[in-house]
Structures are given as structure tokens and as C-alpha cells.
Design a protein around this ligand. Structure first.
Ligand code: PXL
Length: 268
């Protein structure tokens, strides 16, 4: 009887204003009707204007968080967020391999919407070599895809090439999120490359708003929740894109700049 309700886990940093990171993941898990556990890796102090301090948690504490969840909970899928540096990436990889937490969605968090760097440059190679190969799904944004694939992206063809490079590193399914860069663009287009080799573009109307902090966290968290509830990968990705689009389109006035999205907006 016990342990039947779908349970997922985020492995992420805490964001003090509740707009991104672990908090956005937990909001999304709640909205998608799964129980969310949270292995905290780091914490940032910030608000909608910026991130003003950041710490990484000790690895022995993180080991204990994993061990406690493995001892009791039946985690069906997990996701990663802010991992800060190579030491934390290696620690998470070690723990993920030690236990069975189901499929892994990797959100390769490098930079926030305010431009704060959340992953040290020296850790990019560790991310590529040690975490990316564990990804059932990886969800880089445009900028993260450039860093992972070590190439500039200036066209649709480049976005597809970057996705193929990231897949060649071992990620089974790749979602490269399109740019949100100017108020004249009509659409936001993400490129999806599935394990089978099938690929397609996911398109939504561009919404001209600054209230977009936590969109990447919420997209990857929604994919994780849908996988845990039994969706196939393509359906999980499509559902997540819709969920985040509706959350952006129905903005809430919280903070003055890059505020949170509206996790209540999507009704299913
Ligand atoms: O949205 C990326 C992100 C991830 N994790 C933490 C963050 C942010 C953005 O602000 O603060 C902890």
C-alpha cells in the first residue's frame, strides 16, 4: 500500500526568491500531481534583479540526502539543476549510479536569466563527460547548447547540429531550447531530437515579458513528472512545453524584473 503515489526528485540549488531552481521544480511537481523530493546541492541569495551570493553544500551532507531518499522513497524519475562545480557534479554522478532513481532529466544549468553564472567554467568538461552520458533527457537552452557542443549557434541547422553533438556525448533525448531574445520575434522554437532519431520543432507564440525566471527548471521538472506518471518521452516533452508556455502567458506580478512564472495557470 505504502509508496504508491508517484514520487520524483530534484537535485538542485535553492533560489531564495522562489522563482527558479529547487523551488520552481517543487512548484511544478505539485502542479503536475507528483510528490517532489529535493536533494539540495547549493543555495543562492537573490531576487528578481539578480543573484548576490551563492554557496555549495558539503558533499557528505549531499550523500546523506541521497541515502535517506533511497532508504525510504520510491523515486520513479529524477532531474538535476544547479550543480555549481566539478566536485558537486562528480558527487551527484556517484550517488545517482549507486541507487535506482529511474530516468534522469538533466537541465545543464549554467547561467540565470539575470546573467549570473551558476556553473564554473572549469566544470563544463565534467558536465559533458560525466553527467551528460547519464541523461535520459537533456534540456539545454541556446547558450548551454553552445557551451556543451562547443560551437556557435546562429541558425536552425546549427541548433540541429548542436543537438546531434550532445546526443553523441551520450544523452539519449535532447531538447535544445530556442532563444528568447527580442520583442519582435513571433515564436519561440525548441528543437527535439529523440533516441529513435526522430526529430521535430516545438513552437509556441513568443510572449514579451521579463517574468521568465525558472522556465528551464519548470520545463525539465514537468518532463520528469510526466515520465514518473508513465508518459513516453515525446509526450512528456510536449506536455512540458505547453505547461511552461501557459505559465509564461499568464504572468503574475511578483518582483520588479525577472520574476517567476505562473505555475497555477495550466489546468489539466
Ligand atoms: O533557472 C536557473 C536556476 C537554477 N537554479 C537556481 C537558480 C536559477 C536561476 O535563478 O537560482 C538555484
Amino acid at each position: 500500500m505504502a509508496n504508491e503515489f508517484p514520487q520524483v526528485m530534484t537535485i538542485a540549488g535553492s533560489d531564495s526568491d522562489g522563482s527558479a531552481g529547487m523551488q520552481a521544480d517543487l512548484y511544478t511537481f505539485f502542479a503536475r500531481k507528483v510528490h517532489g523530493a529535493a536533494v539540495m546541492t547549493a543555495a543562492v541569495a537573490g531576487n528578481s534583479y539578480g543573484i548576490h551570493a551563492s554557496i555549495a553544500l558539503p558533499t557528505d551532507f549531499i550523500d546523506q540526502e541521497f541515502a535517506d531518499l533511497a532508504d525510504d522513497y520510491h523515486i520513479l524519475a529524477a532531474k538535476t539543476g544547479m550543480l555549481a562545480d566539478s566536485t558537486l557534479i562528480r558527487n551527484v554522478v556517484k550517488n545517482y549510479k549507486k541507487y535506482d532513481f529511474g530516468p534522469l532529466v538533466v537541465d545543464p544549468v549554467i547561467m540565470t536569466k539575470h546573467g549570473a553564472q551558476l556553473l564554473e567554467e572549469s566544470a563544463f568538461a565534467t558536465l559533458r563527460e560525466e553527467l551528460v552520458p547519464l541523461a535520459t533527457v537533456i534540456t539545454p537552452n541556446f547558450f548551454e547548447a553552445e557551451k556543451l557542443a562547443e560551437m556557435k549557434i546562429t541558425s536552425d541547422a546549427d541548433m540541429e547540429a548542436a543537438a546531434r553533438k550532445i546526443k553523441a556525448m551520450g544523452a539519449r533525448n535532447v531538447v535544445v531550447k530556442g532563444q528568447h531574445h527580442d520583442s519582435t520575434q513571433a515564436e519561440v522554437r525548441d528543437f527535439v531530437l529523440l533516441e529513435s532519431g526522430k526529430s521535430f520543432w516545438l513552437t509556441e507564440t513568443y510572449i514579451d515579458t521579463d517574468r521568465v525566471n525558472g522556465t528551464g527548471d519548470s520545463l525539465s521538472a514537468c518532463i520528469t513528472a510526466e515520465i514518473a506518471k508513465g508518459s513516453d518521452i515525446e509526450s512528456a516533452i510536449r506536455a512540458a512545453k505547453k505547461f511552461v508556455h501557459v505559465a509564461i502567458a499568464n504572468e503574475i506580478q511578483v518582483g520588479h524584473k525577472f520574476g517567476p512564472i505562473n505555475h497555477w495557470a495550466y489546468q489539466n
